[in-house]
Design a protein around this ligand. Sequence first.
Ligand code: C5P
Length: 193
Amino acid sequence: MIFTVAIDGPAAAGKGTISRAVARHFGFAHLDTGLLYRAVGAKGGDPVRAAQTLSEADLTRGDLRTLEAGQAASQVAVIPEVRAALVDFQRRFARREGGAVLDGRDIGTVICPEAEVKLFVTASAEVRAHRRWLEVGGDEAEVLAQVIERDKRDAERLVAPMKPAADAVVLDTSEMTIESAVAAAKAVVDTRL
Ligand code: C5P
């Protein structure tokens, strides 16, 4: 069976948790596409070359989940040649046998416009910053400032800006527990299977 679930949305909206839970529940493979951009940002040197030569080993570095790595990722993610170098890998993953969940910013709009399910998972900037702050600690106001800065860069870039696909189901998790958000996402997938 070929079946793609595209899950897009801003940082710390719950995409990762929802994607992993949906993939596990339906037995689909999961690709966190943010990791590709984080790995390119962390590799250093020419980002276009880093994207063109990205390997499995680059994706398993330990320091890719930090706030700084997220900022670096969003800076290389504005470069059209970086995005272009990562398209084929993502599309092949999406159409692999057995079903796939991909989460990112442009999966439903650019990478997989034909995805069987498109979700746009969002929440207010304050709620997302608070969730991220619970994970990383430090100064909550600084975490909020970084979340807002990254959202702005991701939403305003010219190539593949973050936005819901016209046919995406929007899930605002501001007032939801993670359990109810996961249940809502599974319910959407169930209706399309
Ligand atoms: O999802 P995550 O926070 O790991 O993504 C890091 C950055 O990578 C995002 O802020 C965004 O700039 C970029 N990204 C992207 N397109 C994707 C996934 C991530 O531009 N599909």
